[in-house]
Design a protein around this ligand. Sequence first.
Ligand code: PAF
Length: 287
Amino acid sequence: MGDIVVADTIESIRRFVDAARAKNLRIGFVPTMGYLHEGHLSLVRRAALESDLVVASIFVNPTQFNNPEDLKKYPRDIPRDLELLRSVGTAAVFLPTPEMIYGSGFQSWVNLKDLTSSLEGAHRPGHFQGVTTIVSILFNLVEADCAVFGEKDFQQLRIIERMVEDLKFRVKIIRGELVRDPDGLAMSSRNVRLSPESRAVALGISRGLRAAVAASTAGEHRAGTLRALVARELAGAAVEIDYIAIADEATLSEVELVTGPSRILVAATIGGVRLIDNMALRPVVSP
Ligand code: PAF
């Protein structure tokens, strides 16, 4: 694999992008907050399939953290991240600072109406405004042909898809698969903060989701019954559940009867670490 270009100023990422576009190269983009794992690398590989070169960004975006403690504890390791990105053939990585992005006097925010109010939006005020604003800024800087967002943050993915459609960004959004560890835990940069005991408890989330998917496939349409299958796997453990919800896959409105493509989504804090996970529900509808 060749070397990776590290762009740590707005001018240098723009220079890189201009040079690529002058050669008619299609740019694939993977925005991240760093502390990369196999899930991120699978997004880079996916972007590479759809483009001539991949640009990644690493930026722990302060405006999407509603909890200052979470921002402080967010794991960071840039040298390791650069090595991982290089190993999967990333052409360039953009490493901005908060000062570069949110210079003094910053006051332009991107807000969506309905999709941001439920689930994560209800539990993390301001979170999605931070996400949509930083993603818009990054789209303007990287000018990619396509960008890959993982299904792990399913609500975020739907919000970005909507935003791109509404605001007519040129970039094509590609859904990247949710990658799990062999024990079933959805990969997340936050997982390193789980103690072995908390990790064992956290496995109840994917176990419960799998049980709900199996029941749905077997013909159970009642959302309450499916949600209870997840709750049962977490019962009795030291878990703070923010939500176990079933929502229409497109609108993210909660449903009580699962009759079309839907998602079952969970957010819970275990051992001080907030985790999210989700799976698709594809109910069998009788003819
Ligand atoms: O999913 C993430 O890592 C972040 O929310 C994103 C899209 C990089 C914006 O900061």
